[in-house]
Design a binder for this molecule. Sequence first.
Ligand code: SF4
Length: 471
Amino acid sequence: MQRVNRMIRKTIRPPSSTLTGEQEEDPLGTGARPQPEEHVQLPLFRPTRGVLTVVSCEKRPPRTTPQTQQFRKQFYHGVPRQLWNDWHWQVSNRIRSLAQLKVIIDLSDEETAALSMDGHKLPLAVTPYYLSLISPSDPDQPLRRTMIPTLHEMVKSPEEADDPLGEDSQSPVPGLVHRYPDRVLLLVHDFCAAYCRYCTRSRMVGHGKLLSDRRRLEVAIDYIQSKKVVRDVLISGGDPLLLGDDRLNWILDRLRRIPHVEVIRIGTKVPAVLPQRVTPKLVRMLQHYHPLWMSLHFTHPDECTPEAYRACAMLADAGIPLGSQTVLLKGVNDSVETMKGLMHHLMRMRVRPYYLYQCDPIVGSGHFRTPVETGVKIIRGLRGFTSGYAVPTYVIDIPGGGGKIPISPEYVDRREGSELLLRNFEGKAFCYVDSCPNVSSAALPVLVSSGVPAETAASMTSAPHEHRPDL
Ligand code: SF4
């Protein structure tokens, strides 16, 4: 064990090499350890609404899981808890190479082979915190599959493409996608805390080519300013919360000054992979820019740790509406049981399940993709069997830039005249009379005597009817 600890001390340092050899952007601008004054003293894992009842029956909810605690002791012996909980430290100490990874994880031959190969589109990067949630022994563990490359990534199927959603062709200025009429996607940089092996933007994230430099962002913001139809700006990347507070504040401030931008949204996986980033200072800054929404990216119930609960509670307490986008992934979350578990966690974290995505056909993602029927079965297994709020909308983001198309189970058996023959969530058949009868003119005196103005009553009893008041 001493030998292992020595190796760890040698290997777990700010990265000197990456898997691909490409230079990744460093938005912190450091690559070094944070200055003492930057350390954030995290408050206790407060018993905020919705957390106490969920995480533990103890008086004070735990700060972390025994698994993470044990991991820190074993592999980061000597790293004090305060430093471990510093997001700058987590980012600076991400695991980014085979040499670092194999000290901690018993890699399979397939993983080792994949990590040894050149030509990855997507670099390897995992925060120490997230690695603590990954099984060191089971290559099939869901979180491990989403982070550690395998040889399957090297296989390209005919339907796959680097940019299946056609974002590049709908990009009027660098780093801005304008697909839908009233909203745009602003890619602030290409840096993430951890790189998901199924990432839709694997063609660009982690390569250090899309920087958050002011000149590029000014051009994108000028574009938004010039398009009065744009009322909703989604900030994504890369992960926007990996920007420093000042840079993010600058972007939000610039957007908020544009009168026609009603809503700003941030897409982030930070609460799952780097919950330490959600600091009181960040939350205070975000609060200035309401209405500000967040789309979080959770994949599996194992991500719903005390740290993630706490991060979501801080954001929700700041009045930020939280939604979750989940990608349907084979061998990760492609069962009703797993998906229901995740959705229940999300509700308890005050995160509304929003979209369940069919995995986009990016190059090398075939091993993650399920048949569409699997997604339909999952929605069928949720609808009626759990709270309606826990049922996301299952969508296919159509290759070529067609946008999101919702897919749902069929509950209409057939129509016979005005009768709809329906099946409920249990498969029981029901008939619904789909008619919109006019209110009989005989009801006119009744309406008038009930106080409805004569003119309104007359319009309600004249055909054809366009509305049905609750009589
Ligand atoms: S966090 Fe989002 S942008 Fe970053 S690698 Fe994962 S899916 Fe891609």
